[in-house]
Write a protein that binds this ligand. Sequence first.
Ligand SMILES: Nc1ncnc2c1ncn2[C@@H]1O[C@H](COP(=O)(O)OP(=O)(O)OP(=O)(O)O)[C@@H](O)[C@H]1O
Ligand SMILES: [Mg+2]
Length: 259
Amino acid sequence: MSLVPEKKSNPKIRHVIGVVSGKGGVGKSTVAVLLAQSLASQGRTVGLLDADITGPSIPRLLGVDTMKGESDGEHLFPIENEEGIRVLSINLFNDSEDAPVIWRGPLLAKAIEQFWQDTDWGDLDYLIIDFPPGTSDIALTALQQIPFSGIVVVTTPQDYVSMIVRKQINMASMLKAPVIGFVENMRTLVCPKCGEVIKLFDDGSDAQKALGLPILASLPWRQEVAQARSIRWSKLPEAVKKEALAIAQQVEMSVASAK
Ligand SMILES: Nc1ncnc2c1ncn2[C@@H]1O[C@H](COP(=O)(O)OP(=O)(O)OP(=O)(O)O)[C@@H](O)[C@H]1O
Ligand SMILES: [Mg+2]
């Protein structure tokens, strides 16, 4: 049996970018939102699919968590946030934010299939998909079904040396999804009082080089990111915008060169 069944493309979506991580809580949703917003700020039409079912972080970060998902019985419709980003998440179909999604793997996998095939996304330059952490059923289904133009791996410096990142990268390449590079999160921190950049971990370039992929950006820990309930591009500090734009630029270069 082939691990890579025929992937079904959506002619209205030009590029699909997956944001993955080996483990949870490393900043994946934050990076997915920053990438979506930075691409949108460059005039791209962007959708963001939340494939993580543990909580409504994407709808919340993009300010659509009080809205409900819509369907006409045949198609699902994403919700557009005030920045024009089209958002879809299982959590938008949940009765309450606190309700856990009590579905078994195959049903979740089916939901991802539906989000991809039965959603009227309209024309998109980019669909960003925020994966659940690790190599779960949902991650496997998404990688098997969706033709990704590229995968961005979010890590914290401790993760380079662990096999979970390696596993994640191997899974993507086995399923023919090209890995663009890493976004390294929280190697440094910006002191909330004086703005000094404090190094929390040594430069991990050796371990990262061993994985053979570039670092697209290194995001410091920042108090304003930690405390934000939602992220608005227009309100972000210039330094964060610059880091996010660096990720977007390299993603755009990577998909352009793959054509
Ligand atoms: N650079 C940063 N500076 C400060 N806080 C950050 C930064 N990156 C992420 N965080 C915070 O860390 C927490 C986890 O981030 P996020 O939700 O993006 O991670 P995740 O990998 O998507 O987690 P999960 O596995 O739960 O989906 C959030 O509260 C977020 O605000
Ligand atoms: Mg998340």
